[in-house]
Design a protein around this ligand. Structure first.
Ligand code: 13P
Ligand code: SF4
Length: 303
């Protein structure tokens, strides 16, 4: 294993490559990653990097976003099978149909969407800036896609605005049920419950804190409490447990795992980097339209 890590690190230097890894990845990947974080952080790092090659240990739409931000760089996704079931729930035709049913309303897409979809939306967002992005549009009605639960959570946070949502969802987060929270609270009465906004609203309603991957991690690190019930993907619990052994992190229930996020292994990363294979490309016109939507998000987020 150490030998493989050394070989990857050597290749990174030789090829001026950077490795970005999402917190839902297999934990072993952190050993070679330059940046580990949530979708917003990784897109900010992708926008800033001066590396020649970006290897994305994440799902397809993340690598595609990195390519759109860096049309002249080589972007590699070690395993092309690594898609996102939520992003696949809305095609360009379905987007057009959704918009035509609700004409003349600004459209916000979750970053978990394809380049084709982003190209026809006004702004994109991640779970960590969704409230800020939607608010920045200054409209009284917004179309939000593909995640209905994130959209409805944003609406609940902003109060005076109607968020019309497309019926997409994350199958991983939707496995978490309100009774799981109730059972966990009964078992660990002193623990705080932290949930991702991709969860059903009957779950987020019961949480002490709702936020993105980074939001959840930051909250747990900064809290005076010692025990936390985590209602999101297992990778978050694994990293918190590894990095903060003085605290206890309990996954809400077994197998809250995004199988798509777990495709990449260190061997896949080595092969992709060595052979420069599994490159992500996006048509230039499409990329420039999708870039507007991504850049507007980055401006709002950085500002
Ligand atoms: P964040 O990284 O924005 O929290 O999103 C979680 C997710 O589901 C990524 O696909
Ligand atoms: Fe997509 Fe859900 Fe997996 Fe995130 S956790 S990549 S939204 S399927």
């Amino acid at each position: 294993m150490n030998e493989l890590i050394e070989k990857i690190n050597k290749l990174k230097k030789e090829k001026n490559a950077v490795i970005l890894a999402h917190c839902y990845q297999n934990e072993e990947i952190d050993q070679v990653a330059d940046f580990v974080g949530d979708s917003l952080y990784l897109s900010q790092m992708a926008a800033k990097t001066d590396a020649d090659i970006i290897l994305f240990a994440g799902v397809y739409f993340m690598a595609q976003t990195a390519k759109i931000l860096n049309p002249d760089k080589k972007v590699l996704l070690p395993r092309l099978e690594s898609g996102c079931k939520m992003a696949d729930m809305i095609s360009l035709n379905q987007l057009r149909e959704f918009k035509s049913k609700h004409p003349n309303i600004p459209t916000v897409c979750y970053i978990n969407s394809t380049a084709e979809v982003k190209a026809e939306c006004d702004m994109c967002c991640t779970s960590s800036n969704a409230v800020k992005v939607v608010k920045s549009m200054g409209a009284d009605k917004i179309l939000f896609l593909p995640d209905t639960y994130l959209g409805k959570w944003v609406e609940s946070q902003l109060g005076c605005l109607e968020v019309i949502t497309y019926p997409g969802f994350c199958p991983t987060h939707l496995q978490i049920r309100p009774e799981d929270i109730e059972n966990a609270r009964a078992k660990y009465p002193n623990a705080e419950v932290l949930a991702h906004p991709e969860c059903h609203q009957s779950v987020t309603k019961l949480a002490d804190y709702v936020g993105s991957t980074t939001g959840i991690m930051k909250y747990a690190i900064e809290s005076d409490k010692k025990q936390f019930i985590i209602a999101t993907e297992k990778g978050v619990v694994d990293r918190l447990t590894r990095d903060y052994p003085e605290k206890e992190f309990i996954l809400i229930k077994e197998n809250i795992v995004c199988s798509n996020m777990k495709w990449h292994t260190l061997t896949d990363i080595y092969n992709a980097l060595d052979r420069e294979e599994h490159e992500i490309n996006v048509d230039k016109d499409l990329a420039s339209k999708a870039l507007n939507c991504i850049n507007r998000m980055l401006e709002v987020s950085n500002g």
